[in-house]
Every structure is written in C-alpha cells, then in structure tokens.
Design a protein around this ligand. Structure first.
Ligand SMILES: Cc1cc2nc3c(=O)[nH]c(=O)nc-3n(C[C@H](O)[C@H](O)[C@H](O)COP(=O)(O)OP(=O)(O)OC[C@H]3O[C@@H](n4cnc5c(N)ncnc54)[C@H](O)[C@@H]3O)c2cc1C
Length: 405
C-alpha cells in the first residue's frame, strides 16, 4: 500500500531520473492489427488487454480463476488511490494524476461507480522526511494537496486520535477504487469491444530463436499470437523460474470492523482513506462498500504460495489491528470483526513495477511487481503496456528488468 523504509531508501536515489516516461494524452490509434495474448486479468493484465484492444490489436485475455478472484492480488472490495509517494519516483505521482482522470473517464463511459472521492490523508510520523519530500513532487505533478497541522486534522476528523502525528498531507481529489468490481468492468468493456476472454490456465510454450512459440492452455490447445503479455501478479515466479527471487508474494491480512449502527463517522462521507506514516504502518478505507471499516498493516508478512495458501487470519495480526484501532480510532476500540481477508503483495525486489521483455524472448512481455501499490495504476500501466508491445513508445526505463537481474 505505502512505501516502507526499505523502499524509501531505494526510491530516494531515483527521484531525479524519474520523468523518463512522459505521461501525456493517449497515443493516436494506428492501423495495427497485431495479435496479442494477455495472460492474467487482474488490474495490470485486464487494463493492458483493454488498452491493446483500443489501440487496434487483436487481443485474447486468459485467466485461470477470473478477474479479481479471491486468490488474485486485485481481489477484495477496495484499493486506495493516492499520489503521495514520498521522495520517490515523480513517475508514480504523475501516473496517479493520469490514473485519476482515466478511472473517472471510464466509470462515466461504463456507467458504473468505480472511484470514490473520499480524499486521502497521509499522517506523518516522528520522522516526516517521506511526507516533506512528497510535497514538491505533488506540486510538480499538479496534484492538489493541503498540509494540515495536528490541530486542523483533529478539528476536521474528530473520530481520529492524532496523538504522535506532527502533521499530515491531505489530497482532496484522491480516495479509493472499487477493486473487484473494476476488474469485472474492465473485462466487460474488453469483451463488449471485441476482445476474446477465456477462463483457462496458461503455461508458456518453448522459446526458440528468441521467440516464444505459443501458449499451452488447460484444454491441451496451443494458442499463438504475435506477442504474449504475462501479467501474472504473484504467480510470475511460478511461471518464469528466473523471477522467483525477484517477485516475492507476501501474506497480508486485512480486517473489517463493524461500526455502531447508523454511525456515519466511519464512512467515506465523513472520513478520507488514510495511511499512517508512523511506526505502525496501518492504512484503511472508510465505508468500504458497507463491508466494515477496513484496516490493514503494510508490513510485509511471510512468503506464501498464492495458489495453495489457506486464507485464514492470525490471532496475532488481529490483536495488533485491534490495538491500533484502540489508539487511533478510540470509538471503535470494541468494534467486532465482521469480515477479514488474506491477500498477498507481489513484491519486486525494489518494490518498483516491472514492464519489460522476457530476456530470452523478444515477443514476450512481463508485467507486474505491483508491490502493494499497483492497483490504482492499472489504466496507466495498461497504456504503457499497449504502447510498449505495439512499439509505439518505450516503457519507462525504471521498470526494466535489468535493474533486478
Ligand atoms: C491487502 C492489499 C492491499 C492493497 N492496497 C492497495 C492500495 O490501496 N492501492 C493500490 O494501488 N494497490 C494496492 N494493493 C496492490 C494491488 O492490489 C496489486 O499490486 C495489483 O492488484 C496487482 O495486480 P496484478 O494484475 O499484477 O495481479 P493479480 O490481480 O494477482 O492478477 C494476476 C492474475 O493472473 C491469473 N493467473 C495466475 N496464474 C495463471 C495462469 N497460469 N494462467 C492464467 N491465469 C493465471 C490470476 O488468476 C490473477 O487473476 C494492495 C494489495 C493487497 C494484497
């Protein structure tokens, strides 16, 4: 969700070289009818398939369990969209600026609510270097923000105890996205616009002379295309063993607490999405589609297998979430747990995204490494993937595999 300390140190070094990929208006469609198979219909693969289709490619999208399924990293009700990225890549903040526009444009076009403009609040901790460094980046990317004192925050959101928070960054135009619903909406638009979708498990075919020869699917068929895009989130290392040490799926637990009846203080009408930049790196989404007050700890959990893991929460993490609630949201100290999820982050080694060709196959693209912050970027990653595959624009060099191999 947010960038932790180890990410900060990597990202600091990248601050200046950030804007290699200019975020601009969509490239005008050309008369290209390249065929592309996209494997994985999550936030990255679904949007890639749709954007490829919009750029006139002939696209087939495959997914083993369906878009936003319960195992996928894009599953669940909601995801935060915020642009405060510390001193990190200007690229991400620019991508969020464009993503905010694209999400709203598409929800209007599809007549389905995907974006909730609750605002996004980032509470600084005793070390506020992350938040301080973010401000000029936000300004440069044209993201509106307010720098709020503890007193201002407490006045606006009395349901939060701001003890230990010296100040906060508030983005009034950010908020949260409907996650699973968005994956489904993307798929619907893809199919409606002539894309072909199949629910099937894919394995890569042989690579000969720098080209993958096709994709094997569950029905024993071999599917072929000009290009193959693998957007397999936490499964990338399973499909391509050379990525095992580069993409690590970690167990993340998410809790939904029941608010008092008729109490709207914890809905998006009265509370922004929030991230605590202090020593307890929790974040949360108010309302959360009536599923309860969502909170999760951004600390990376143990490595898991996304296919076989039993998705039951641990007593230890539940106790830690309750302890946090008691301090930061005292009115919810005794709130009952009403639902829970176990999800995974698909962390790249440096927590930056990956968009690059397979090192041994020029017709294969690898897309992933969302690292706990990928969902919001789906529409923009989709554009970048489509541009890269169709050779319309080079992908950002910061997303190259070379940095990790
Ligand atoms: C708890 C939690 C909170 C998060 N919070 C935020 C947030 O607030 N904001 C944000 O922007 N991001 C957030 N993220 C991160 C974000 O959700 C992910 O980075 C993003 O959804 C990754 O999308 P993806 O398409 O790469 O992967 P996935 O959604 O996992 O998609 C991969 C797809 O591949 C399919 N697949 C796997 N193997 C095969 C196969 N062999 N053949 C065919 N299909 C296959 C799967 O079924 C799956 O649908 C969060 C993640 C978690 C877990």
């Amino acid at each position: 969700m947010q960038i932790d300390c180890s990410r900060r140190s990597f990202l600091k070094g990248s601050a200046v070289a950030a804007a290699a990929y200019a975020i601009g208006p969509p490239v005008i469609a050309r008369t290209i009818r390249a065929s592309v198979i996209v494997v994985g219909a999550g936030a990255f693969g679904g949007w890639s398939a749709l954007q490829l289709l919009q750029k006139r490619a002939k696209v087939t999208l495959l997914d083993a369990w369906g878009p936003g399924n319960s195992r996928a990293s894009s599953g669940g009700e909601t995801r935060t969209i915020r642009a405060t990225y510390g001193p990190a890549l200007l690229l991400y903040t620019q991508m969020v600026a464009r993503a905010l526009r694209l999400w709203q444009e598409h929800e209007r076009r599809w007549n389905v609510k995907l974006f909730f403009r609750s605002g996004a609040l980032r509470m600084a901790g005793p070390d506020d270097s992350y938040e301080r460094a973010a401000l000029p980046v936000l300004q440069q990317a044209g993201i509106r923000y307010e720098k709020l004192s503890t007193e201002e925050c407490a006045k606006r959101w009395p349901q939060i105890n701001f003890e230990g928070v010296p100040w906060s960054v508030y983005e009034p135009d950010s908020g949260f996205l409907a996650a699973r619903r968005a994956c489904e909406a993307v798929l619907n638009a893809f199919v409606k616009n002539g894309g072909q979708y199949r629910q099937t498990q894919a394995t890569p075919g042989p690579i000969v002379a720098n080209r993958m020869q096709g994709i094997n699917i569950s029905t024993s068929e071999v599917l072929t295309a000009d290009y193959y895009v693998f957007a397999l989130g936490p499964w990338l290392g399973k499909i391509f063993p050379f990525l095992t040490s580069i993409i690590t799926p970690t167990r993340q637990e998410v809790f939904f607490f029941g608010t008092p009846a008729a109490d709207v203080r914890f809905t998006e009408a009265q509370l922004p999405t929030w991230i605590d930049g202090g020593k307890n790196p929790f974040f949360g989404v108010p309302g959360n589609h009536w599923r309860g007050f969502k909170i999760a700890d951004d600390t990376r959990g143990p490595v898991i297998d996304p296919t076989t893991v039993e998705r039951q929460i641990s007593e230890e993490k539940l106790a830690s979430a309750r302890a946090y609630l008691r301090t930061r949201f005292p009115a919810l100290a005794d709130a009952p747990l009403v639902e829970s999820r176990v999800c995974q982050y698909e962390n790249s080694t440096d927590h930056n995204f990956i968009l690059d060709r397979h090192p041994d196959a020029g017709n294969v693209w690898i897309v992933g490494g969302g690292s706990g912050h990928g969902f919001k970027h789906g529409p923009v990653m989709g554009e970048m993937v489509a541009d890269a595959v169709l050779d319309l624009k080079q992908p950002p060099k910061e997303m190259g595999l070379g940095r990790l191999l």
